[in-house]
Design a protein. Structure first.
Length: 116
């Protein structure tokens, strides 16, 4: 886990929503003339990307690429629900098995010198 990662229950939409709100407030507070955001609509595209990158840092999960198709809402809760959905899908997916190394025989392949 990275130094900045904190424990957030990524299965709880309320917890994730609060994390996203706090990150958005922090990002906007760092920019001049940017009011405190009430929803995603209050963020420009640059700020949204910053929020998503900070969500990655906070959760120690690689999520940014998964937001390409996010069109499910304009509220922080919508984004939180999408994050919970992504995490659930990732956690349910079987771990990738490493590809066999070059020159390694397939597990059920007979040895070339073995009698038939």
């Amino acid at each position: 886990m990275s130094e900045n990662a904190t424990k957030v229950d990524l299965t709880n939409v309320d917890d994730v929503e609060e994390m996203v709100r706090e990150i958005a407030r922090m990002i906007c507070a760092e920019q001049p003339d940017m009011p405190e955001p009430e929803s995603l609509r209050d963020l420009d595209s640059f700020s949204v990307v910053q929020v998503l990158l900070e969500v990655e840092n906070t959760t120690d999960r690689k999520l940014l690429e998964k937001f390409e198709d996010f069109t499910e809402g304009e509220e922080f809760r919508d984004l939180a629900a999408y994050i919970v959905k992504i995490v659930a899908e990732e956690d349910a997916a079987p771990a990738e098995t490493p590809a066999p190394t070059a020159g390694a025989a397939a597990p059920d392949a007979a040895a070339p010198d073995a009698p038939a």
